[in-house]
Design a protein around this ligand. Structure first.
Ligand code: PLP
Length: 423
């Protein structure tokens, strides 16, 4: 094997800290292979693979504190899970879209309400894709300012919602982020629930990676309250360490999910015998009809590792992030731009007397050099307008020594870049 290098994007490596990626497990790999070998079709019906997906969804609902009767679906990633939740929110009676049938008429109809959805300015870019795809346009997303800890400003959200109502808009959903992509910030869930109730709105949680902290023995408190949501989206291929692709959307009132996605096609009707006994459960909960057996890797991972083991490794990553912050604070050449709330630390290399614009460029160069050296892969972020080297630890292979190697590499590349600049 001379032409194909190992670590295609690097995320299996213990010093991969970029974006938010999972690392994959041997069990997950085996499960994917078996799933492809068996190759069942997961539209629904009462067959063994469907029963496994139902079991997995029930386990995940329990772990997230959602009621057993919740609806849910495994999808490819948190983007798709979030879009599913937001579409259900739009169509549901909770958001009071009762006098307009959006499925029948669409948002282009002259009587269609002008919809608005609210979340913080730290929200992930999926929301813009969702607003565009759902025909609401990007302007439907009302980006609300955050406080010093990058949590949504509740009073600012209330003011904006009221102003929109006064202007004739129809606010239908609040989105809380549990673990923002930049800094790992967690919105105040109790306040978000109260605000949603105040205006009769749906509360959706984007917990792409952060929601999984519910499994961590000490950190679970940080995400407490996410179970108050009407729907929640989270990945299993990030902080569940499973191979791509696997994510879940849970909906407290399962019928609102089938009311959104259910369809009637005679050729899909259940039969009284044969292999199409039952209903097309999963096809009626989301966009996909043909679906693969991604439930198997979730089932096998939970069976083999168990939620306690997953929780311990998640806790380990959170503790490692706190340790990394401590290490950065001990090095005078480095500066913390955002500390560890969950598993993310943003930092930069600093040089006395150098202005912020020059530091931005220097840190961009350092990031590229560290990645290209092969020492480690952090990624980039903008924190309070400044370029940051962003370290996200969602990696079960990382040890504390790896964090020291990372900082050594950043410091060394920083020193080299400065000396090259001075030549
Ligand atoms: C907070 C948040 N939401 C949504 C997503 C999108 O998830 P996915 O890449 O699984 O679609 C991410 C990805 O990092 C994320 O961090």
């Amino acid at each position: 094997m001379t032409d194909i290098l190992p670590y295609p994007t690097g995320n299996q490596h213990p010093r991969f800290f970029g974006w938010v990626m999972g690392n994959g497990t041997i069990t997950g790999m085996l499960a994917d292979m078996l799933a492809s070998g068996m190759n069942p079709h997961l539209a629904g019906y009462d067959q063994s693979a469907s029963l496994i997906e139902k079991q997995v969804i029930a386990w995940l609902a329990e772990l997230m504190g959602f009621p057993p009767e919740s609806g849910g679906l495994l999808v490819s990633g948190a983007t798709m899970a979030n879009i599913n939740g937001l579409t259900v929110a739009r169509n549901s009676e909770v958001s009071a879209l009762t006098d307009f049938d959006v499925r029948e008429h669409g948002l282009g109809h002259p009587d269609a309400p002008r919809l608005a959805v609210y979340g913080s300015d730290q929200i992930h870019s999926w929301v813009y894709k969702a607003c565009e795809t759902m025909g609401m346009g990007r302007q439907a997303y009302r980006s609300i300012a955050t406080d010093a800890d990058w949590r949504i400003d509740i009073d600012a959200a209330r003011t904006r919602i009221q102003a929109d109502i006064d202007a004739g808009l129809h606010p239908f959903c609040l989105i809380a982020t549990v673990g923002t992509v930049n800094t790992g910030a967690i919105d105040d869930m109790t306040a978000m629930r109260e605000l949603a109730d105040e205006f009769g709105m749906w509360l959706h949680v984007d917990g792409a990676f952060g929601s999984m902290a519910a499994l961590a023995p000490e950190a679970a408190d940080l995400v407490a309250g996410q179970e108050l949501a009407d729907s929640i989206a989270f990945d299993l291929h990030k902080w569940g360490y499973m191979p791509f692709e696997a994510a879940c959307v849970l909906v407290r009132d399962g019928t609102s999910q089938t009311d959104t996605y259910g369809s009637e096609a005679s050729y899909l009707n259940g039969m009284t015998g044969g292999i199409a006994v039952g209903i097309t459960d999963f096809a009626d909960r989301g966009l996909q009809l043909s679906r693969g057996f991604r439930a198997l890797k979730v089932w096998m991972s939970l069976k083999e590792q168990g939620s306690d083991c997953l929780g311990q490794v998640i806790q380990q990553n959170i503790d490692q992030a706190a340790y990394l912050e401590e290490l950065v604070r001990q090095r005078p050449q480095l500066e913390v731009l955002s500390g560890a709330t969950l598993n993310i630390v943003c930092l930069r290399y600093v040089v006395e007397g150098m202005n912020d614009d020059a530091l931005d460029q220097l840190n961009r160069d350092i990031l590229v050099a560290v990645q290209e050296s092969g020492a480690a892969v952090p990624s980039q972020g903008i924190i309070n307008g400044r370029f940051a080297i962003r370290v996200c630890i969602s990696n079960h292979r990382t040890t504390r020594d790896d964090l020291v190697i990372l900082l050594d590499a950043i410091t060394q590349e920083g020193r080299s870049a400065v000396s090259r600049g001075g030549e």
